[in-house]
Design a protein around this ligand. Structure first.
Ligand code: ZN
Length: 201
């Protein structure tokens, strides 16, 4: 594999990622966006941050086909990737009825130049980034978001608003009514909190 080969959806390696409450993952490549958001999730882990070092970020991206082997990343790259992830979470919280924060979302606009929509050899639309480096990887993730916004799948991808949660899940319910990653975890916590608040009135 050359270090600079372009990145397309065909390059990706989609994996089984951990899902809240036995839910189905987001379909196809949107599952990769979900998995990226869930590299930080702090409900039941003592070390919620999976991207603690540039090497961990590189390994995560490489393991999913987003980065060529041998591409080195540094602390600045790590900051960019985490910043993008939290911008993405702001959108995912907005999908779950939370107010949209334009400042938090801004990093998504900055990397959206990393990938383009074009026609493949058979005349079908194809997402591609010119290089399999960090710009390409982040650009492709944002392009996947943009395409899923157009076809309606993205609004089903939601971050859980539970206290200390933020876990991203795919809401496959017919009317998109799911709020919590899991009723038995965050749903129950919030109910208990409301119950305590009423008792102390
Ligand atoms: Zn939750």
């Amino acid at each position: 594999m050359t270090g600079r080969r372009e990145l397309t959806l065909h390059s990706l390696r989609l994996r089984d990622e951990r899902q809240p409450a036995g839910r189905r993952p987001a379909p196809a490549e949107l599952g990769l966006v979900q998995a990226f958001a869930n590299t930080f999730w702090d409900l039941d882990r003592r070390r919620p941050e999976r991207l603690r070092t540039p090497a961990q970020l590189a390994a995560w991206l490489w393991g999913r086909g987003l980065l060529a082997r041998g591409v080195g990343l540094d602390e600045r790259d790590l900051r960019r990737a985490r910043e993008l992830r939290e911008a993405l979470r702001a959108l995912l919280l907005a999908n779950n009825g939370q107010p949209r924060d334009p400042v938090a979302v801004a990093p998504l606009c900055r990397v959206s130049r990393g990938a383009t929509l074009r026609l493949d050899a058979e005349g079908h639309p194809e997402l591609a980034a010119p290089r399999r480096d960090l710009d390409g990887a982040l650009g492709l993730l944002v392009a996947i978001v943009a395409r899923a916004q157009l076809d309606g799948r993205f609004e089903r991808l939601k971050a859980c608003p539970g206290p200390d949660c933020g876990w991203t899940f795919y809401d496959a319910s017919r009317n998109r009514v799911s709020t919590w990653c899991s009723m038995s975890i965050c749903g129950a916590r919030v109910k208990a909190r409301h119950y305590r608040a009423r008792r102390s009135d």
